[in-house]
Design a protein around this ligand. Structure first.
Ligand SMILES: Cc1cc2nc3c(=O)[nH]c(=O)nc-3n(C[C@H](O)[C@H](O)[C@H](O)COP(=O)(O)OP(=O)(O)OC[C@H]3O[C@@H](n4cnc5c(N)ncnc54)[C@H](O)[C@@H]3O)c2cc1C
Length: 402
């Protein structure tokens, strides 16, 4: 009996969601009359899902953020589906031929395999320059990056974090509180700061998505944990210095600052090196129809979902909009259904929740500023890690989105 593969590249928020959704809601709904069967193949460099939202706190301490809260094995979440409907491959897509409709996968042992696909979902997301803030390759490599940082952190007397976006602010806040503690209730700075922690923002304000007044509150909360903010200058390079263990950080104004530890949180880069240049934009994000999320240049039944796509400013909540669009259009394309496509509408409202240290935070939700205690309650307590099990188990997508 001919079997067609629905290939999903990347097993994080987007790829795991797509795999569960297809297995729960699309495969069972496909017509049984023909002799073709469908199977889902999910490819990811790691056998674990990294809840990288917790990366800023995971960076500083396993006591504060235990690995069990941010690392989840992928396989058990798929154990309940029929065996012939799902395959997980530990590997990395290293090439894609849109003419032969085949992906080349480099496996964990370095060998390669080719996977022909009937439908393809690109969910390879983004990586961060700092190795501990995303799952670049294996869990062992991620754990080593976290261990190295945590071994050096308690001894550090100077730390530079580059990047005034939410990841930079959160990471600087966690490092500041870990090293310097917090002042008393009415204090504005730690009484006896142990380390000079500096956050370098390339912009004139922190947190581009949020209004200036909220960004200034973030600066105030950073000061509480001994973090100074330097504005409007970009880091141009960072290199290990001859002086053991130090990093020399060069800024666009020509000045050089040295620090015991350096965290590059200057944004994310798309994981799309395996795609030909006609499939990505000038920044490397996958070009798609911004309404249907089909990658039309790659031929029929090819989609992008999640942060790798050019259609989105990124973020996990955006997937609540985008994933059902891709899934509905995939279902339609597989069944040859008629009727309109489902279309994606971005939510560009002021929306971001940013803990600053373990007790404070700033943010807005749907254009409404939220108080610090709300940020702590929603995210600052555990970096939303209690939501992770539903992503890996598929419970998050238990219901089909109509
Ligand atoms: C430190 C940090 C904190 C964040 N905090 C928040 C937050 O609080 N709220 C929020 O909404 N968003 C947050 N984000 C953004 C959020 O993490 C992303 O929106 C989300 O991870 C996107 O999911 P994704 O599945 O598209 O991609 P990713 O999570 O980037 O996952 C991509 C997956 O594909 C794999 N992969 C990469 N290349 C290949 C390849 N060639 N072949 C196969 N697999 C591949 C990767 O290993 C990874 O498993 C944060 C991001 C970072 C870095």
């Amino acid at each position: 009996m001919p079997q067609e593969t629905i290939l999903i590249l990347g097993a994080s928020f987007a790829g795991l969601g797509a795999a569960h959704y297809i297995l729960k809601h699309i495969l069972p709904a496909l017509p049984k009359s023909g002799d073709t069967t469908y199977t889902v193949t999910l490819v990811n460099p790691s056998t674990d899902f990294y809840w990288r939202i917790a990366g800023p706190r995971a960076t500083v301490s396993k006591a504060l953020m235990p690995p069990a809260k941010y690392l989840y094995p992928i396989a058990p979440g798929f154990a309940s589906y029929p065996k012939d409907s799902f395959t997980f491959i530990q590997g990395t897509a290293t090439a894609l031929s849109t003419s032969s409709r085949t992906a080349t996968i480099t496996l964990a042992d370095g060998s390669t395999t080719s996977i022909p696909y009937h439908a393809l979902i690109i969910a390879t997301g983004t990586n961060t320059p700092a190795p501990q803030l995303s799952q670049h390759t294996t869990t062992a490599a991620l754990t080593a990056a976290l261990d190295d940082f945590q071994a050096a952190l308690p001894k550090a007397t100077s730390v530079i974090v580059a990047g005034g976006g939410p990841v930079g602010v959160e990471t600087a806040g966690e490092i500041g509180e870990f090293l310097n503690g917090t002042p008393g209730f009415f204090g504005t700075k730690p009484a006896h700061p142990k380390a000079k922690v500096t956050l370098i923002s390339g912009d004139k304000k922190l947190l581009p998505v949020l209004r200036p007044a909220i960004a200034l509150t973030a600066e105030k909360y950073l000061a509480r944990v001994g973090v100074d903010v330097v504005y409007d200058v970009r880091v141009t390079s960072a290199a290990a210095e001859a002086k053991a263990g130090q990093t020399a950080v060069t800024l666009a104004d020509g000045s050089v600052r040295s620090a015991d530890l350096y965290v590059d949180a200057t944004g994310v880069r798309p994981n799309t090196a395996f795609l030909s240049s006609d499939l990505v934009n000038e920044r490397g994000f996958v070009v798609c129809d911004p309404a249907t999320l089909r990658v039309d240049a790659a031929g029929p039944r090819v989609y992008v979902v999640g942060d790798a796509g050019s259609y989105t400013r990124g973020g996990v909540m955006d997937l609540d909009n985008a994933l059902p669009v891709v899934m509905t259009n995939l279902k339609k394309d597989l069944t040859g259904g008629s009727g309109p496509d489902r279309t994606y509408t971005p939510n560009n409202s002021e929306q971001q929740i940013v803990p600053v240290g373990r007790g404070k935070g700033v943010g807005a939700f749907g254009g409404w500023r939220v108080p610090s205690w709300f940020v702590w309650m929603i995210k600052g307590r555990d970096y939303l890690s209690s939501m992770a099990p539903d992503i890996v188990s598929g419970k998050k997508w238990a219901k089909e989105s109509k």
